[in-house]
Each structure stands twice: as C-alpha cells, then as structure tokens.
Design a protein around this ligand. Structure first.
Ligand SMILES: *Cc1c(COP(=O)(O)O)cnc(C)c1O
Length: 233
C-alpha cells in the first residue's frame, strides 16, 4: 500500500474508534512519525494531507525541517538538555519533557528566540522500566514547578504504553493517563492547559482513541516498517 493509502486506512480506523467511543473524530490529530524515513516520504505524506510530523531525534528533526517547513514538527523522543538548542526555533510541540531541568533549559532557549514553547509532560504510566517519563505520583508537583516558567507552556500529557500489551491493557494505561490529566485540570494551575493527550502508536492507537487521546503518533503504519526494527513493527 502507498503512504496515501496507509493514511486513509488509519484515518478510517480513527474515525470508527472515535464514533464507537462517542467522540468527535475531528478531536483526534494524526501525527506521522517520520523518523529514519527520507524527505520524499514526508513530501508524499504531506501531499496526502498530513500537516503534523514527529521525530525522535533533535538533529534529524532539524535537518528535515530545513527541507520541509510548511508543516508542524513534533519532537516525540527523549531530549537531552544540550540538544534543545537545535530544535527550539523549529518545533511546534515537545512531547517528551520528563524533568524540571529539561524544562528550565527549554525556558532559557525559548526566551532567547522570543518564543513560548508548547510542551507535554511525559508520564510513565505502564511502569515499564525501559520507558522514560516521570511517575504519576510526581506529575502534579512537576507541573506546578514548570508552570512558573514564562516561556514554556504545558499543554497536556504524553505516554507510551508497554510492549506486548493487548487492547484492554493498553486501554487501561491510556485511561489512567486521561484520569491523571482530568485530576490536574481540576486543580486549575495557572499556565497549565491540560487539553492534549498524546498517546497511541501504530499497534495501540485504537485503544488510545477509545480512552480519549487527542494526538496519535503513528510511524510504521503510515510509512512502513523501519530498518532497525525486526518484527515488522
Ligand atoms: C517511533 C515512535 C512512535 C511511532 O511508533 P510506531 O510504532 O512506528 O507507530 C511513537 N511515539 C514515539 C515516542 C516514538 O519514538
């Protein structure tokens, strides 16, 4: 199948999952995760209507940005503090903020380019050791701390589910993130806007839509499997 066919297939799946969950299908944004994929693939996806693209490496994002500027770039992978400078003037949303120190670095760099950087806080809901993200217990305190930064705006939460989970297990992870987001919303912390939930990838996005996600990050189902990935994921 072509990239355009993959996109329309995924959009239909999202539409159906949203309708089943009694949600507005337009409330779910599809982010095409183009990591490791060439510019041609990105241009093909853009021609098929995609406007949001995700990358997990700062350098790769910065390079691709130079070639494709009229889309929204999302940094979705782990971000080291010393790499913030490569992307600060290029990225629409950073999904993977997992420490106060990282938020402070983003504050510094965003201020320098006269920008308020939108971010999400990455939470490790599944408890899987290999997953980055803060614990649910520390999320409120970290949100409060980061909310004081003037050039950083928290727009919601992000999570990655665990490998090998079935629909129900993924749904539980995603529902827990949604509950946490609702809890923070009720606190009405100034400068914190809990409107986005970034959850759901190629193998679990229907569970994420059912649980209330507003952004799904989909790579292999859009572009085909990546070279470094073995099991056709
Ligand atoms: C690679 C990646 C994705 C997309 O993964 P697929 O399984 O290919 O859809 C989503 N989120 C993050 C954080 C990623 O690194």
């Amino acid at each position: 199948m072509s990239i355009a066919e993959n996109i329309s297939y995924i959009k239909e799946k999202i539409f159906n999952a949203a309708v089943r969950a009694d949600r507005d299908p337009n409330s779910v944004r599809l982010i095409a995760v183009s990591k490791t994929k060439p510019i041609e693939a990105i241009i093909e996806a853009r021609s098929a209507g995609m406007v949001d693209f995700g990358e997990n490496r700062p350098r790769e994002l910065a390079e691709k940005y130079e070639n494709v500027k009229d889309v929204n770039w999302h940094l979705i992978g782990q971000l080291q503090r010393n790499k913030v400078k490569y992307i600060i003037d290029k990225v629409a949303l950073i999904h993977s903020v997992d420490s106060i120190a990282l938020a402070q670095e983003i504050e510094k760099r965003a201020k320098a380019v006269n920008k308020v950087q939108k971010i999400l806080i990455q939470v490790n809901i599944s408890g899987e050791q290999t997953k980055s993200g803060i614990t649910p217990q520390e999320t409120v305190d970290i949100c409060r701390e980061i909310s004081r930064l003037e050039h950083v705006k928290i727009c919601g939460l992000m999570t990655i589910s665990a490998k090998g989970f079935d629909f129900e297990q993924n749904y539980t992870v995603f529902k827990n993130l949604r509950d946490l987001s609702d809890e923070i919303k009720r606190l009405e912390i100034e400068n914190v806007d809990m409107k986005e939930l970034s959850m759901g990838m190629s193998h679990d996005y229907e569970a994420a839509v059912a649980a209330g996600t507003t952004m799904v990050r989909i790579g292999s189902a859009v572009f085909g499997s990546r070279d470094y990935n073995i099991q056709g994921k």
